[in-house]
Ligand binder design. Structure first.
Ligand code: FE2
Ligand code: FE2
Length: 184
């Protein structure tokens, strides 16, 4: 996705120093197997949120390492969102930050700040109000990424549709021009 590739996180050594050990983990890489916001996958989304929040944390002198790491792990859950038997009775929006937190704890040690970032990232949809500035960055970047992913995907899908319909109309016009009208 164009929005994603413009981020250049791959060449930012400062960022990679914070998250490379997590990116090397099979569980993190497996996030690429899950659809996210209809048009993206969960690894792309997590990297987008992590890197954009990291850049802001670096700019404002906040804890960039915690922001990058917890941002990358904020959606560490391994089910498709339509698999309703995979989460608890309070619903996906409420349950998945808790599932992600439990999964993240199995991968790495988390500070209080990192736990807060993961647990509170669904603020707005839940009543979990972020405690730290870094948590606010991640929840805001999460919402921004979601909007961009959905709107970019929708734009690409509608562009594909208009190309298909455009091609069909052009073929119809050509065949009409060659063979003439079939009705009187
Ligand atoms: Fe989430
Ligand atoms: Fe997210």
């Amino acid at each position: 996705m164009a929005f994603f590739t413009r981020l250049n996180w791959q060449t930012d050594q400062d960022y990679l120093d914070c998250v490379q050990d997590l990116l090397d983990q099979e569980q993190v890489q497996s996030l690429a197997d899950f659809v996210h916001h209809n048009y993206s996958n969960r690894l792309e989304h997590s990297l987008t949120v992590s890197y954009r929040a990291f850049c802001l944390a670096r700019k404002f002198g906040l804890d960039k390492r915690a922001t990058a790491r917890a941002g990358l792990l904020h959606d560490l859950f391994f089910y498709q969102v339509w698999q309703k038997d995979q989460y608890g009775p309070k619903g996906h929006l409420y349950e998945h930050p808790r599932i992600a937190l439990a999964n993240a704890k199995k991968l790495t040690h988390l500070s209080d700040l990192e736990e807060d970032i993961i647990l509170k990232h669904m603020w707005g949809a839940t009543r979990d109000v972020p405690k730290y500035a870094e948590s606010w960055l991640v929840t805001l970047m999460d919402k921004e990424a979601a909007m961009l992913e959905v709107s970019t995907g929708f734009y690409q899908a509608s562009k594909g549709l208009s190309i298909r319909y455009g091609n069909a109309l052009a073929s119809l016009a050509v065949s009409f021009f060659i063979s003439g009208p079939k009705f009187k």
